[in-house]
Design a protein around this ligand. Sequence first.
Ligand code: P61
Length: 461
Amino acid sequence: MTRIKSPAEPFRIKVVEPLRRSTRAEREAALKKAGYNVFGLPAGKIAIDLLTDSGTSAMSDAQWAGIMMGDESYAGARSFFRFEKAVKNLFGFAHVIPTHQGRAAERILFETILKKGDSVPNNIHFDTTRANVEVRGGIAVDLVKDEAYDPDIERPFKGDMDTAKLERLITAKGKKRIPLVMMTVTNNSGGGQPVSLANIRAVSAVCRRHGIPFFFDACRFAENAWFIKRREPGYARKSVAAIAREMFACADGATMSAKKDALVNIGGFLTLNDGDLASRLKNTLIVGEGFPTYGGLAGRDLEAIAQGLAEVVDEDYLEYRTAHVAYLGRLLDESGVPIFKPVGGHAVYLLADRFLPHIPRDQYPGWALTVALYREAGIRAVEIGGVMFGKLDPKTGREVFPSLEMVRLAIPRRVYTASHLEVVAEALIALHKRRDAIKGLRIVEQAPHLRHFTVRMEELA
Ligand code: P61
């Protein structure tokens, strides 16, 4: 295996958390108890947890110091003003509304602006965004360029939205039935791929021409900005912070899960320019989350977010971060394990239907791979495929599957070393050699929305 020696982790380790090994018998029992759903596993029985990069970051010494500095006043806390200043400094919008996490920001936004039957375009909606649109009777429409669904094309910005598709949707639905256009950076459901500034500008121009607000789903904005710096002509000399400001200057607002690129374990926010809308959002916030200067968070959380936002745009960090994730991708690719290309910002995505060609889509190959990876090596990953995004067609009674059947190996920020990634690669390479023994599954029990969290499965003989 080729080891990238540089850049090494740009931090040293001050606090450690022991990892526990489990026996195969323990893992087998845990799987059975969890209904063959890795979301149901106790984390103590997991060796390396790549379920998500969300809320799993290691905080810095400065963030922990911020935790001690938290001002826990109910209203007008000092920590809120520090948080607000940090968000405004990078995002540049006039109003900042804290929420307890990303989907709370989505809920408040859609509860306030979405009417039944409205359409919401996005490059690709992540599952919580889609759910927040659909539970209110909205239609979540994915308008990414077709190349996003081709896992083999190596293009720099496979998260880009197709503006021709956007124009067609606006013509078909009418701008009154489109309360806003969203853009997810990086595009999580499509391999963690970035969106170019050229595309952001083009989408923004379409929105402005039709008078439709344009919002970012900004969870991984810093990783996106780093890819712009590295891949888009004209940006090599600009700072990531300046590029982020340039991205946001094209939009009217953003929803943010701070659990990703604000390097914290909990938190989120809404930020926008429209003062009237901000007032309405705050009214909704007060009913469900909290007073507008804390919005479901403690003062200490606001401090940690403010500090995290300053750290995440550090370019030594981003260079290491993206190289670290790419390293895992390279180890797998060199050994013939099928992955989505190019490697995205926060995760390596396995192509489960190619990994397990003997398992048909209606036996959930991606899910089967998450079960096998845990059973063999105690490693947890997440399916981004037929269980997460499959839908029952009411007319035919059959399930319709998304075009990509993937398993995401999400890399928590600043948590695992390159050696951990090598362990993951070795386990997957071994599993790939013995792939014929992996079995498909059937669903025993499921919920109407976001079913993957609680679904119970049974392995097929
Ligand atoms: C993740 F298995 N992402 O990627 P919240 N937008 C986007 C996200 O990636 C996102 C949210 C909004 C997660 C956590 C997660 O079924 C799952 O702070 C682009 O998690 O509410 C979250 O932000 C929502 C994992 C979410 C899942 C849903 O791992």
